[in-house]
Design a protein around this ligand. Structure first.
Ligand SMILES: Cc1cc2nc3c(=O)[nH]c(=O)nc-3n(C[C@H](O)[C@H](O)[C@H](O)COP(=O)(O)O)c2cc1C
Length: 179
């Protein structure tokens, strides 16, 4: 099974990027997870959508070929980062590669709300994109106070209860893809 991850933070030490790597490592036996680089994408421009740059073409092809997508996002000003919205806007047009695509979401923030507001906005956007969203009830990965849950030395998520929950949700996502 081939799954791709889109991470909404470009920061080198990003908790959300580390979360993607954590899922990649812990589920390597079940699926191949490729973490895509959305920082290379140009700003969405409707004038170029039928003849976009190579980075957009490759990005859309990887999404099209994937069995499922994991979107992992921080919260910026109570919403998703602009760089993630930009990537989703590219995916929403011409060949609409996310229509019917199984998607799960997750997020980590340093604040108390754990990306709740960002993920609510993200779900609204994903509805417009007509994805097949993993039902959020019981599957909401909302990591709050991230600086206390990630190991400073390794950068990896180190909170056992959170790791167990993420494993369970990811397993349910694999089943959801296979349904
Ligand atoms: C521009 C900006 C806006 C932010 N807004 C929020 C916010 O609305 N809610 C929140 O919980 N954290 C907010 N934060 C803090 C992030 O949760 C924190 O920087 C987190 O580490 C970002 O994720 P990353 O580690 O994957 O880059 C904001 C950070 C930045 C840089």
């Amino acid at each position: 099974m081939k799954i791709v991850a889109i991470v909404g933070s470009l920061r080198k030490g990003s908790y959300n990027r580390q979360l993607a790597s954590t899922i990649q490592e812990r589920h390597a036996q079940k699926f191949d997870l490729e973490i895509l680089d959305i920082g290379q994408l140009p700003h969405y421009d409707q004038d170029t959508e039928f003849n976009p740059s190579e980075s957009v073409t490759v990005f859309k092809r990887k999404l099209k070929e994937a069995d499922g997508v994991i979107i992992i996002t921080p919260e910026y000003n109570w919403s998703i980062p602009g760089v993630l919205k930009n990537a989703l806007d590219w995916l929403s047009r011409v060949d609409k590669v996310l229509v019917g695509k199984p998607v799960m979401t997750a997020g980590a923030a340093t604040g108390l709300m754990g990306t709740l507001r960002a993920q609510l906005h993200l779900r609204q956007i994903l509805t417009a994109l007509q994805v097949k969203l993993l039902p959020p009830v019981g599957n909401e990965i909302l990591i709050n106070q991230a600086s206390a849950k990630f190991d400073d030395a390794t950068g990896r998520l180190a909170d056992e209860a959170t790791l167990k929950f993420i494993d369970d949700v990811t397993d349910r996502f694999v089943d959801f893809i296979s349904e």
